[in-house]
Design a protein around this ligand. Structure first.
Ligand code: PGA
Length: 247
């Protein structure tokens, strides 16, 4: 299983900034077979990014999608639209989507189903808030999010990756400790083998939340951590390339 290093740009970079980034980034990364590199720009940049990344080995992903293929959903973008511009991945259920845009576990489940139908590989994000962690509810919260998200698609867990992103670590400058991450990753791994005994470790479990070039290696030392989902530090091509090559 190749480890996955994904950059989530969130609502950053215009089309011209995307061009500039990718020109620089492709000079910095060769594509070693041992790792998979993914960029997730905003919707408006996907087309140009798709053209530029073609044949480079660096993959393209979106940050969200709707669960219908088309229809009267003003402002939304569907899985077939993403597929056509070259996306292979879609981030689903990021905590910013859950918290700021009211995405429920039920909607997240529908989005996962829609991505799988389209042949897109979803990265399902799960994670507890600071209050939930302090109340000792971390495992319960993660279990609920994972079970509800995967409901009805249990036998397809090998076509999904999961990112553990503690909400309190995102954008805060304070990541989880690698030990905390390993503990939750191990829990998710066990849960996956319960949900789908045939999974056999084919779902990658990534860590996300304040990953930087300075700390990436500490996470990637652990075999339980199958990759990283990087926000802020992926916005600069040099810092993202350093993370890609940190292990
Ligand atoms: P961060 O974001 O690296 O800026 O903490 C991670 C994420 O939200 O995916």
């Amino acid at each position: 299983m190749r480890r996955l290093i994904a950059g989530n740009w969130k609502m950053h970079k215009t089309v011209s900034e995307t061009r500039e980034y990718i020109e620089k980034f492709l000079r910095l990364v060769e594509h070693p077979e041992s790792r998979e590199i993914l960029l997730c720009p905003p919707f408006t940049s996907l087309y140009v990014a798709g053209e530029m990344l073609e044949g480079s080995g660096v993959k393209l992903g979106a940050q969200n999608c709707h669960y219908e293929k088309s229809g009267p959903y003003t402002g939304e973008v569907s899985p077939p639209m993403l597929k056509e511009v070259g996306c292979e991945y879609v981030i689903i259920g990021h905590s910013e989507r859950r918290q700021l845009f009211g995405e429920s576990d039920e909607v997240i489940n529908k989005k996962l189903v829609a991505c799988l139908e389209e042949g897109l590989r979803p990265i399902l994000c799960v994670g507890e808030t600071r209050e939930e962690r302090e109340a000792g509810m971390t495992f319960k919260v993660i279990e609920t999010q994972v079970r509800l998200a995967l409901s009805g698609i249990e036998e397809h867990t090998d076509r999904i990756d999961i990112a553990y992103e503690p909400v309190w670590a995102i954008g805060s400058g304070t990541p989880a400790t690698p030990q905390d991450a390993v503990e939750v990753h191990t829990f998710i791994r066990q849960l996956l083998s319960e949900i789908n005994p045939k999974n056999e470790g084919r779902t990658r479990i990534l860590y996300g939340g304040s990953v930087k070039p300075q700390n990436a290696k500490e996470f990637m030392k652990h075999e339980e951590i199958n990759g990283l989902l990087v926000g802020g530090a992926s916005l600069d091509p040099e810092s993202f390339a350093q993370i890609v090559y940190s292990f």
